[in-house]
Design a protein around this ligand. Structure first.
Ligand SMILES: Nc1nc2c(c(=O)[nH]1)N[C@H]1C(S)=C(S)[C@@H](COP(=O)(O)O)O[C@H]1N2
Ligand SMILES: [Mo]
Length: 559
């Protein structure tokens, strides 16, 4: 095979894969974006990825971890596709079998997602057909290079006595990948060599033009068609249904915020986090689009009176409104996976009272439409705190990415054990009988929020002038409350910071401290003490298995 063969073959493979994925995206307009193979396979990867990999993804890419995953899946896929192209030039069936295998993986991934139905095999199936035809067209059909720039002397040499005849002629598949990349560097000069120059024949220029034009056209149509499909599928979402919802007024409104909850110090996180700035963490590659018309919440399991509620049933119930600060267990010390919102919803306690949990039902499992689960201690939901089945966030229906039409919000617990979005089931069971999503992945079954404090200003890259500098930030110890925040400079004595008023023990609190800064490099540290008098431990621990500990510190230079 000439050195140019692999790169043309790789192009054919990539074009076929692009055609397959583009076609699948278009078909997914009918079946829903979750059955698009890239998303379905990506979802499998999310669920199967070892915990450290996922933590790495969240740590490195933060809330962009999903985009990173999809791009990564795409790049990997392109690599495989190139390889399949190279194999297909030698034996078309190998390439076609590869495409079929991918389609099977895509179909399997789509079918094993929660809530999947038979139609979900359509995108990978149609994609595979389109990809297969495309591959054939470039490798053996009308757009084929004519001839493929084989290198006759090596390829057509009769097998020697030490070589296994027929297989050798096609070259074993394993030889392909290792072989192809190496000589590629020599490519372009060779391919433009006139026919018959040297032992290698280049492809007929006319056929090469046809081939390359074809590849370009397929890539263009696939990208444009795929993107259009994605966009169209997105329009089938529930934005209109959400906009049409009128939330009821609460029978118990959130207490008015005391004056001064916001210290008005530039750089400090606002007391109420805007919806569009609220952090988002979940395993959903495509945000579930749940139609409130057909949505149901089933409360069942170890209960005396199982019930099923519609969204209208829910809205007809007395609602309460509360400020609650939600935090992610993956929030590093000093991190921003935390936000505070005004939630409107039905007290979970009342729903549980109605279904009457049976003895031993010590765990309430929230299950979302996409199969994700969290497990919350039943006692926590019944101990009088404002645990809500929420439908509103800061005066609006829940944003789709934050769980529309309904989610759980439980003061004092990390989101992974309590804050099920797109919820469709509450199942009463026991901790002994059921492990929720993150538990077998190495996270603790119970997840009370740890007391934490964060310096929002100054930041390490600030270079304040010597003199008075306002050091400020937020601190939280949900459902216990923050009693005290202290700051120290360069390991000196702890100085008590001023605490702003806050809404309740379930919300974070802003703090500030006036620093007489002197020129040079300094390290600021902060620690909070909860209402029970327990101070944050200095010991630095990572986020797994139940939340990070340690003091946030900021090192900066004063001019
Ligand atoms: N359905 C579903 N709900 C979920 C999750 C999820 O992966 N799927 N993640 C949980 C986690 S880990 C957190 S921290 C909160 C985050 O909620 P937010 O995205 O509204 O900030 O949602 C929780 N609810
Ligand atoms: Mo989380």
């Amino acid at each position: 095979m000439s050195s140019t063969t692999p790169r043309y073959a790789a192009l054919a493979g990539v074009a076929a894969a692009a055609a397959a994925i583009g076609a699948a995206e278009v078909v997914a307009v009918l079946t829903g974006p979750r059955s698009a193979p890239l998303v379905a396979v990506g979802g499998l990867v999310v669920d199967a990825a070892p915990e450290p990999v996922k933590r790495f993804g969240i740590a490195v890419f933060g809330t962009y971890d999903k985009i990173a995953l999809l791009v990564g899946t795409g790049v990997l896929l392109a690599g495989f596709a190139a390889l399949l192209g190279v194999l297909a030039v030698r034996r078309l069936v190998v390439g076609l079998a590869g495409i079929a295998a991918f389609a099977a993986l895509g179909a399997g991934a789509a079918l094993t997602r929660a809530g999947a139905d038979g139609l979900d095999v359509l995108p990978p199936l149609v994609g595979a057909l389109v990809g297969g035809v495309t591959l054939w067209a470039f490798v053996a059909g009308p757009l084929e290079l004519d001839p493929w720039p084989w290198s006759p002397p090596t390829e057509q040499r009769p097998p020697g006595p030490d070589e296994a005849g027929p297989q050798r002629a096609h070259e074993p598949a394993e030889a392909g990948p290792q072989h192809s990349p190496a000589p590629a560097a020599a490519g372009p000069q060779h391919s433009s060599a006139p026919d018959g120059a040297g032992p290698q024949r280049g492809a007929d220029p006319e056929s090469r033009r046809r081939f390359l034009t074809g590849v370009g056209a397929v890539l263009g149509v696939a990208v444009v068609g795929g993107a259009a499909g994605r966009w169209w599928a997105g329009r089938r979402g529930v934005a209109d249904a959400r906009a049409a919802i009128r939330l009821p007024a609460p029978v118990s409104a959130a207490p008015p915020l005391p004056a001064g909850v916001d210290l008005q110090v530039p750089g400090v996180a606002p007391f109420v986090t805007e919806n569009r700035r609220f952090y988002r963490i979940d395993t959903a590659l495509v945000v579930p689009q749940v139609d409130p018309q057909t949505w149901r919440l089933r409360i069942h399991g170890r209960v005396r009176n199982p019930v099923t509620l519609s969204f209208a049933d829910l809205l007809a119930r007395p609602m309460v409104e509360r400020y609650v600060t939600l935090a992610c267990v993956s929030n590093e010390v000093g991190g921003d996976l935390i936000g505070n919102a005004r939630w409107l919803g039905v007290p979970l306690r009342e729903l549980l009272d109605e279904v009457q949990p049976l003895d031993g039902a010590d765990q309430v499992v929230g299950r979302s439409v996409d199969g994700w689960t969290c497990g919350t201690p039943t006692v926590v939901l019944r101990d009088g705190r404002d645990a809500l089945l929420a439908v509103g966030m800061n005066g609006e229906p829940l944003p789709v990415a934050h769980g529309f039409p309904a989610r759980m919000v439980v003061p004092g617990l990390y989101g992974y054990v309590s804050a099920c979005k797109w919820i469709t089931e509450l199942e009463l069971t026991s901790f002994a009988d059921f492990d929720a999503y993150w538990v077998p992945r190495g996270w603790s079954a119970e997840g009370p929020v740890k007391t934490q404090s964060r310096i929002d200003t100054p930041r390490p890259r600030n270079r304040p002038a010597a003199g008075p500098v306002t050091v400020a930030g937020v601190a939280w110890a949900q459902h216990r409350g923050v009693r005290r925040v202290e700051v120290r400079v360069d390991g000196g004595p702890w100085q008590e910071a001023e605490l702003a008023p806050t809404a309740s023990v379930d919300t974070w609190v802003q703090w500030s401290w006036r620093w007489e800064a002197t020129p040079g490099e300094h390290t600021l540290q902060v620690r909070a003490t909860d209402a029970a008098g327990e101070a944050q431990t200095e010991q630095r621990r990572g986020v797994a298995p139940d939340g990070a500990t340690g003091w946030h510190s900021v090192t900066l230079t004063v001019e």
